[in-house]
Design a protein around this ligand. Sequence first.
Ligand code: KE4
Length: 426
Amino acid sequence: MNWDKSEKLFGRAQELIPGGVNSPVRAFGAVGRHPFFVERAQGPWLYDADGNQYLDYVCSWGPGILGHAHPRVIEAVQKACANGLTFGAPTAKEVELAELIHTCVPDVEMVRLVSSGTEAVMSAVRAARGFTGREKIIKFAGNYHGHADGLLVKAGSGLMTQSVPDSAGVPAGYAASTLTAVYNDEASVRTLLEEHHGQVAAIVVEPVAANMGVVVPKKGFLEFLRRITKEQGTILIFDEVITGFRLALGGASQYTGVQADLHTFGKIVGGGMPLAAYGGRRDIMSCVAPLGQVYQAGTLSGNPVAVTAGIETLKILIEDTGIYERIDRRAQTLAAAFQNAGLTVNRAGSLLSAFFTPGFGEKAGRVENYEDACACDTKAFAAYFNSMLNRGIYVAPSQFEAMFVSDAHTDALIKMTCEVIAEECS
Ligand code: KE4
C-alpha cells in the first residue's frame, strides 16, 4: 500500500495540531507507524487519501453500528442542514430523541443531551454529587470515562490511598475525590466504601469495560454493585458511551438485567454526530438546572443536526432489532477465529477484543481486569495490527481498545476476515 498523501498530510498536521491528531489514539503511537488520513467511508469501508480501502472494525470507536454513511441517516441530516445548523433554542426533535431514548431504556426517566461522552459523564457525576451532597466517587482501574479532570486518575499506591492524576495538568485535589477500585473485584469496592463510609456519591462503571480492551463483568459483579450502592445510598452510574444501544437496544440494562440510577450515552445515540446524553432517575435528574441546583449547559447541546442523526439511527435500530442478532453472531464468528489462532478473546455482543496474553499462541490466559490487560504483549499486538492493516483490515490501533462489528459487515466479509486472522495470527 502507498501512504504518500497521508504522510504529507501528517507532516502538515503536526505543524499545527498536537501530535497531528485531534484525539491521541488516532496517532497510531501504540502500533509504531503514522496514521492514514481518511477521505471518505461507506458501509464497512474506509478510504484514505491515497485511495487505499480498509475493512473498518473501529467504526469510529463505536458510533458506526449501521455502517458508515447509512443512506437514511445521511438524507435526514442533509434535510436538517437546509433548515439551519443551530438555534440555541429548544426544538421538537430534542423532545423526540428524549422520547426515543426513554423508549429504548425505560429507567432513563429524564435525560439531558450534551455534545460528548466526556461531558455526559462529567455532568452525571456532578448530578450524583449534587443529589447526595457527597464528594467522593469510585471508578475502576482500566475504565475510561472521558477527559474530565476528576476522571483522569489512576489508583494510588495501594487501594487504600486516594487516586493520583493520570495526566499532567490535573490538580492532586481533583484526583483526591476519586477512589479507584479493581474491576471484577468486589472486595476492593467494599474496602473503599468502608474506608469512606457515607462519603461516596457515586460508583461510575463501564458495565462492560471496553477501554482496557473488552473485559466483561464476572457473574454477579454488577448485581453486587447494584446491591451495595443501594445499601450505601450511593448512586450507580453506568457509563454506556460504548455499550448504550450497542449491546442491545436497551444497552447494558437490557443485556445484563441490572438497572443503574444514571446512564451516560454517546457514540451511537448521536449517529456519528457530536451528541451524547446523561439521564436516569427523575429525582436525581430533577437536580439539574434550571430545575435544580446542579449547573450544566452547552451552546450546541441538543444540536438539531446532530439530534437528527441520532433520531434516524435509533429509529432504524428500533425498526430492525434483528440487527443485534446479526452483529452478535458475526462477532462470535470472529471470536472463534481469534481463539483458533491461540488468542484470548473477551466478547459482549458485537464488542470484542483479542488479547496477546503472556504465552499467547500456546496457553491463552484470562483478562479479567486492568492488571491482566497490562500484562499483554503490546509489541505482538502492534505486529498483528500492522499485518492486518497491510491486508486491508483496520482494527483498533491499541491492545486496550475494542473491535466493533456493524450491520454492514456481511457474512462474506466476516468469513474473509477470519481467513486473514488464520493466516496472520497463527
Ligand atoms: P468522548 O468524550 O470521546 O465522546 O467520550 C468519552 C468516553 C466516555 N466513556 C467511555 C466508556 C468511552 O469509551 C469514551 C470514549 N471512548 C474513546 C475510545 N475508547 C474515544 C476515542 C478517542 O478517545 O479518540
